[in-house]
Design a protein around this ligand. Sequence first.
Ligand SMILES: C[S@@+](CC[C@H](N)C(=O)[O-])C[C@H]1O[C@@H](n2cnc3c(N)ncnc32)[C@H](O)[C@@H]1O
Length: 268
Amino acid sequence: MSAPASTTLVDHLASKSPSVRLPAIGEEVSQDEEWVEVELGREWRKIRLHDYEAIFSIQGLYERIVYDQLKCQSPQVVRRLLVEQLLAADVDPQSLTILDLGAGNGCVAEELRKLSVSGIVGLDIIPEAKEAAERDRPGLYDSYVVGDICETPSDAVRTLSSKSLTCLVSVAALGFGDIPPLAFSRAFNQIETGGWVAFTIKESFLLEGDPSGFATLAHSLLQDKILQLKAKKAYTHRLSTAGSALTYVAFVGQKLRNIDEARLPEIV
Ligand SMILES: C[S@@+](CC[C@H](N)C(=O)[O-])C[C@H]1O[C@@H](n2cnc3c(N)ncnc32)[C@H](O)[C@@H]1O
């Protein structure tokens, strides 16, 4: 499958997907409960935005909803912020082998490939994500691991340990019922010391006392000199299905040392 030269692959896939109806403007629900209606054959089916199995199973649907309708800009924001910091540190992007945590169907990796990085390894917990990435963006990933990095022992960790990873990227995948602090920490610990880390997270998850655990984890990363912060930027990740701006924060930093997993329960 090749996209016409004048459009991006995201546009191309969105144009191939079924029609989508959003709820009425102003009909705000919590982000984890957001839904759209999708025209499938002769019926309209209601699908939750966080039902990734269903969404990735329909070619182009994720692109149609998240990029076309809800104007998501996270992959571009992260690529730009990361490349700015690499340039400032005189680091060649070609030195990076990236772990794309919560990789989904490859929209982030597609953006990261523009940096001519050396390699990208995807990690996701559902097989539908890998299947969609291989269906829609064949050859994008050097390898794509499906598994739960929180398991002990973890096959995913064993596979990742052989990859010499020098950068962790995680976009729009932390918190909610998605990636918990333990999964982020284990992925972080797979990156070589001195490697790069770029991630985005919903701004409210960083507020003191937030139950996601990411506020205390982020605080510890900086306070305990585990991550050297290079850049931090609040931005609009996308619109909600009701039309309001969802603010996320993008971080870029350099790894100084591993997160002490034994201390995690007291940190988060
Ligand atoms: C909102 S999607 C983001 C996908 C991609 N990063 C993007 O921005 O296009 C969140 C992804 O995280 C994955 N995910 C959720 N929990 C996970 C976990 N514990 N480990 C790995 N991936 C997970 C989901 O399956 C889904 O593909």
